[in-house]
Design a protein around this ligand. Structure first.
Ligand SMILES: Nc1ncnc2c1ncn2[C@@H]1O[C@@H]2COP(=O)(O)O[C@H]2[C@H]1O
Length: 750
């Protein structure tokens, strides 16, 4: 505070501490400069310690309770009338209640001293439109005035005024914008259009001078962050090389960027933007919205809210969010709501994200709900990514979250968008083909129904319709990939019927013609499948170990064995007597055992159903095993016997290896002809195998209670061929014929 009395050429210099009153003379001028220098040193120390504190963890906020004991003392000493809290505009965001109070106190001190020491600064001016503006000052003048009281640089002074602006103490006369060291007019909140400013009294002056040191210390402490925010708020094209360096240094301390190289951080410095929101409860974006930006939390916390689940997690300072929509080109997977007042973010917009970050983003993205990981995405290396345009694939997740992620990212809910018909995506197919292992069909349809019936008055129509569309697209894709096993599940059958009714009703309200057509197609397939259910085929397991084959000679028949198809087979007793049974393939070992025991006159107590292999090995069936006859090994036979007689079971004579070969028959056909017919037959067996049978086989048929007969027959076929080749070679005694035979087999295999 420097007051110049022209008549007496006197300077009065009050810094809150050493206060000098001098006559203007060369010596006095030297002394004045010396005093200002001292003041700068003290401020310099404060700046250094504030910066050090900030650099520890990026943006440091004041410790709880805020400020020094002196701050609290001076605030406590002020009466409510002396320390009113200004209203805040969106640019004027209090950092916390305590700092807001400290800020308004510092504002009061500067306002009081400005009026007393530089009375001409705050005065009435005319705007360019001729409007009279009450008691305002130009940004440049305010900066210079602060420098006269010892602030060492214009930049520092600008940042200190920005602190006051963010805390609502000063504001631009007409617009909501940051403080600038330019001819832009600002005024104190007490001086606004409605304010009744009262001239400071002598007591005010004494109080203000007593508090000046604390006020400057407070503003100095806050200045580095405010300066950073000022720089980050600048339009990116206005950033100077010094600005970029300052931002870059700041980015080095941000956890969410720690995996990125320094050159990427330098690129980010040019485009990263500061964004702040004042009120808890503010929605940053909604689930289902298009993704425009990626965010890092600098201060505060946000809730991640998902439709039908509520708040699934809270993200804190240092966390980031909003990446999923950008990396997957998908809608927002959650709504982000401010959990507290005055949150600060760094933001990178989509174009810049794609240009700078998309290819260097972290290899793993983890999503949490209620403290545990629910989805882990991993970057796909470009070399293995020929099938998909997605950069990330799912490595792990809860079934529910994986389905949610699939629906949101792999299936487009917008009208006319048929993402699933684009490049095929392994994750969607993998999910469809394997969900029975981790998400039984009844659970899947319950989840699908929940997603379809999602309803909320707060969500816009487009979001709700998009959810419905995605479910229908998923179901259509599911049915066309999995086919009949979907219909075989009673829960899925019922769900499809209900869904088709709902889609048809919704079509009337919500233009879902495409979806309605898809459901009609699904229902047609379901009807076709139902029609085939009344027809069952018969198969036989010939007694002599010949291949399993269709019963009868109908060449038009379906080569696929179905659960309701009957199979005719023999069950033997220990004494090699037998009965012939006919059961659906889906019957379990328990049923077969009881029926065989009845027919063979065995008592039911403690019986077992056993396979006796041609090697003499005995394998007991579990009561829950299904497709028992087709599961036999080559030349295996089914026996029923009391448990205690297991060791006494022996092979049938016809289970021994054959004694005569079929070389003569083989010579009747050319190798080409043989190869052609064998391949045709093998191909038809292969086509009859459903992908699910591989899963039942791998994870244990008894877990699923589903038949694996087509796979059994296909695997048996391999064994038959292998066994046949070896047998024929061994049974050919003449060396020259053996050589011919081996040649023929080699040609056949080629
Ligand atoms: N469990 C979660 N499920 C979905 N999104 C989450 C979850 N946890 C954090 N998020 C973040 O919330 C953001 C919402 O927008 P995006 O889908 O772009 O990216 C999302 C993630 O960054």
């Amino acid at each position: 505070m420097k007051r110049r009395d022209k008549a007496q050429h006197k300077f009065e210099i009050c810094l809150g501490y050493p206060c000098f009153s001098l006559e203007l003379s060369p010596n006095a001028r030297t002394l004045t400069v010396f005093s200002l220098q001292r003041n700068k040193e003290v401020l310099g120390d404060l700046v250094t310690s504030a910066t050090a504190a900030r650099l520890k963890n990026g943006y440091e906020t004041p410790p709880p309770g805020g400020g020094t004991p002196q701050h609290r003392k001076s605030f406590a000493a002020a009466s409510p009338a002396e320390s009113p809290v200004p209203a805040c505009s969106s640019q004027q965001q209090p950092l916390s209640e305590v700092s807001k109070q400290n800020g308004s106190r510092a504002g009061w001190v500067l306002h009081t001293l400005l009026q007393l020491k530089a009375p001409g600064l705050l005065r009435e001016r005319k705007s360019s439109t001729g409007r009279v503006l009450r008691r305002c000052a130009a940004g440049t003048d305010l900066v210079e005035w602060l420098m006269t009281i010892g602030v060492h640089s214009r930049q520092q002074a600008t940042a200190m005024w920005q602190v006051l602006l963010e805390e609502g103490v000063i504001s631009h006369v007409s617009r909501d914008q940051p403080f600038k060291d330019k001819f832009l007019l600002y005024r104190f909140w007490q001086d606004d259009e409605n304010g009744a400013s009262v001239a400071p009294t002598e007591a005010d002056e004494a109080q203000a001078q007593a508090e000046l040191k604390d006020a400057l210390a407070y503003l100095t402490q806050k200045a580095p962050d405010a300066m950073m925010r000022l720089i980050l708020r600048k339009p990116t094209h206005e950033r100077t090389s010094d600005d970029l360096e300052t931002i870059y240094e700041e980015l080095l301390h941000i956890k969410a960027l720690s995996h990125l190289s320094n050159s990427v951080k330098r690129e980010l410095a040019a485009v990263i933007i500061f964004e702040s929101h004042q009120k808890a409860g503010t929605v940053l974006f909604h689930q289902g919205d298009e993704g425009h930006s990626w965010y890092i939390i600098l201060k505060g916390s946000v809730n991640v809210v998902i439709h039908g689940k509520g708040v699934v997690t809270t993200l804190q300072e240092g966390d980031d969010f909003g990446k999923l929509a950008l990396i997957n080109d998908a809608p927002r997977s959650a709504t982000i709501v401010l959990r507290e007042n005055n949150c600060h973010f760094l933001r990178v917009d989509k174009d810049n994200f794609n240009r700078i970050l998309r290819d260097v983003e972290a290899n793993t993205v983890r999503l949490k709900e209620h403290g545990r990981d629910v989805l882990v995405l991993e970057k796909i290396s470009p070399a293995t990514n020929a099938f998909s345009h997605f950069k990330y694939t799912v490595m792990a997740g809860t079934p529910q979250k994986m389905l949610e992620h699939l629906l949101e990212t792999r299936l487009d809910g917008r009208i006319g968008q048929t993402r699933e018909e684009g490049p095929s995506d392994p994750f969607l197919d993998d999910f469809l083909l394997t969900h029975i292992v981790f998400m039984p069909t009844h659970q899947l349809v319950t989840e699908l129904a929940r997603h379809y019936r999602i309803d909320s008055p707060s969500q816009d129509r487009e979001f709700l319709v998009a959810c419905k569309r995605r479910v229908v697209h998923f179901v259509h894709r599911w049915v066309s990939t999995i086919r009949h096993p979907v219909f075989e599940e009673p829960s899925a059958f019922a769900f499809l019927e209900e869904l088709s009714g709902e889609v048809s009703d919704d079509n009337a309200r919500w233009e879902m013609e495409d979806e309605n057509a898809k459901m009609t197609q699904v229902m047609d397939e379901l009807a076709q499948w139902s029609a085939t259910q009344s027809v069952s085929q018969k198969w036989k397991l010939p007694p002599g170990g010949q291949p399993i084959s269709a019963f009868g000679s109908d060449t038009q028949r379906d080569l696929r064995m179905r659960p309701q198809d009957d199979i005719i087979f023999r069950v033997y007793c220990a004494d090699h007597t037998y009965c012939t049974l006919r059961f659906p393939l889906s019957s379990n070992a328990e049923t077969v055992k009881v029926s065989a025991a009845d027919k063979l006159g065995l008592k039911h107590d403690d019986l077992i159903l056993v396979e006796v292999k041609s090697s003499g090995e005995r394998v007991v069936f579990k009561d829950s095993d299904v497709s028992v006859p087709t599961a036999l090994s080559l030349n295996g036979r089914i026996f029923v016997s009391p448990k205690e007689h297991l060791e006494a079971l022996t092979c049938l004579p016809d289970q021994e290896t054959p004694t005569e070969g079929s070389v003569g028959d083989l010579e009747l056909f050319s190798t080409k002809e043989l190869a052609y017919h064998m391949t045709l037959f093998d191909w038809s067996l292969f086509c009859a195998v459903h992908e699910y049978e591989l899963i039942y086989h791998t994870f244990g048929r008894h877990h699923f209670q589903k038949i694996t007969s087509n796979l059994d027959v296909f695997l048996r076929r391999f064994n038959e061929i292998q066994f046949w080749v070896v047998t024929e070679i061994c049974l050919t005694s003449s060396v020259s014929r053996r050589v011919q035979l081996v040649r023929k087999f080699i040609k056949l295999a080629a």
